[in-house]
Design a protein around this ligand. Structure first.
Ligand SMILES: [Zn+2]
Length: 465
């Protein structure tokens, strides 16, 4: 009897131990998502509903939160490849490199490698190119983050179970086989868009989900998205379907990659709109968590902040709600203007430009301009469209934009009272939010390198050196 009792207690203890382990891990990384990007989104959502204060995002309401330091081995201000490696592998490396230790040149191993070695399924997903810095930090090792082809080759050699993103960046190189060919050779099936994924989802092979051809390597910003475009929440839905086939559990990384691009472009609605689309994807994970609360861990963090976003334009008010009238990103409006140039055979009148500004920014309608704003817009139209001067494009890290588009976005930012001191990254803290098994370990100030180590411990992964 005593023996039986001891056995029961033992079994109970074992189940509790197993139950407290995170069998399912969701690791969300908002690229460029500092605390102000999160809070700015919450202010924006409240103002759109005519309310003061914040409308909470799902992930920002998680029960545990903390601050994360982000500096790299080579700089106080990290880039996405060093920060991605810190978040993936738990080590600080030099800016620009991926998965390679400074000095020795040794390859690092990542939390996704550890998950795989423990028998879990692994998914690596993003809203940008799947061989871009942040996702690549989970499977790649290169001295330069720009070695996209080589990083793509390493993706196909990873043995991971699911990938998703806009597309491959640089899928071909000289006479080498394309990354698409190598993916198929490695046993992957490529699905193009969500409908194609649904048709292929039971193919029995690991899937790489990309958006439809011809859109580019980044999934469009939420503010530019059209009906039928692939979304991050569809990606997480697909990832759960594929990774759940393994009864031992899974590890899924999902990056909101365009939050950073909006920050580089100092384009507030492009940035904040993509925080909302990442939240939509997190809601899918949260529904999963509610079904398996004791076995699921959801972590949401960022690699760094981008642009030094500040919620002030002087005075004691902000006006982020006005951003709802911006219907396209800065880059999207450049394309609108390009289209106009084409349609009007290079004879774009002020009335044409004005109509486009009204339609896409609400200027002269919902958004009142000062005389000075109007004169600046007119001057810029004159320089870009009416004079014979060569148009000097406004350059940010990822885009070259029409100066009129750049100016329109600067004006609406000023009216919204959001400021951007720089077009590069900042060295500020980023937030971490957590819910589920072991979530209480993500509080206070932690370093970015601690996050994958904590995940490995909570999920019981065998850590490889
Ligand atoms: Zn960046």
């Amino acid at each position: 009897m005593k023996k039986l009792f001891a056995m029961c207690v033992g079994m109970l203890l074992a189940t509790t131990l197993v139950a407290s382990q995170a069998k399912y891990v969701f690791y969300f990384i908002g690229d460029g998502m500092g605390p102000v990007e999160v809070q700015g989104t919450e202010y924006y959502l409240a103002q759109v509903e005519g309310k003061l204060g914040i409308k909470p995002l799902c992930f920002a309401s998680f029960p545990y939160a903390g601050y994360v330091t982000t500096y790299s081995a080579s700089s106080d201000v990290t880039d996405s490849s060093a920060a991605g490696t810190a978040l993936a592998c738990g080590v600080k490396i030099n800016n620009g490199a991926i998965g390679i230790l400074p000095g020795t040149g040794e390859f690092t191993s990542s939390v996704s490698d550890w998950a795989k070695a423990t028998g879990k399924s692994v998914g690596i997903t993003t809203s940008v190119g799947v061989n871009h810095a942040t996702p690549a930090a989970f499977f790649g090792h290169r001295p330069s983050r720009n070695d996209y082809y080589e990083l793509g080759v390493q993706l196909t050699e990873s043995g991971y179970d699911f990938f998703a993103g806009g597309d491959f960046i640089n899928p071909t190189k000289d006479d080498e086989p394309s990354l698409y060919e190598l993916s198929e050779k490695a046993g992957y099936v490529i699905a193009r868009g969500y409908d194609d994924y649904k048709a292929k989802k039971n193919c029995g092979k690991p899937i790489i989900l990309f958006q439809k051809e011809g859109i580019g390597t980044d999934i469009p910003y939420a503010v530019d998205a059209r009906e039928g475009d692939l979304t991050l929440d569809q990606i997480v839905t697909a990832a759960i379907e594929q990774l759940s086939k393994n009864k031992k559990g899974f590890f899924l990384m999902c990056e909101g990659g365009q939050i950073d691009h909006g920050g580089h472009a100092n384009d507030a609605i492009a940035c904040l709109g993509d925080v909302v689309s990442m939240d939509d994807a997190i809601k899918v994970a949260y529904e999963f968590y509610k079904k398996h609360p004791k076995e699921t861990l959801i972590i949401v963090t960022a690699d760094h902040e981008t642009g030094g976003l500040a919620l002030t334009g002087g005075g004691y008010s902000i006006n982020t709600g006005v951003l709802q009238y911006q219907k396209v990103s800065k880059h999207g409006f450049s394309q609108v203007l390009n289209q106009l140039r084409h349609e009007k055979k290079d004879k774009v009148e002020w009335a044409d430009a004005k109509a486009a500004l009204m339609e896409n920014f609400g200027f002269w309608k919902e958004v009142q301009l000062t005389h000075d704003d109007e004169m600046k817009l007119y001057d810029e139209w004159y320089h870009s469209f009416a004079s014979n001067e060569k148009v000097k494009m406004a350059e940010s890290l990822y885009f070259k934009d029409e100066p009129l588009s750049d100016l329109a976005v600067r004006i609406i930012n000023r009216i919204a009272k959001v400021s951007w001191p720089v077009g590069s990254h900042s060295g500020s803290y980023v937030p971490v939010f957590a819910v589920g098994a072991g979530a209480e370990q993500f509080t206070g100030r932690i370093d970015n390198t601690d996050i994958p180590k904590k995940i490995a411990k909570i999920a019981g992964y065998k850590v490889k050196k």
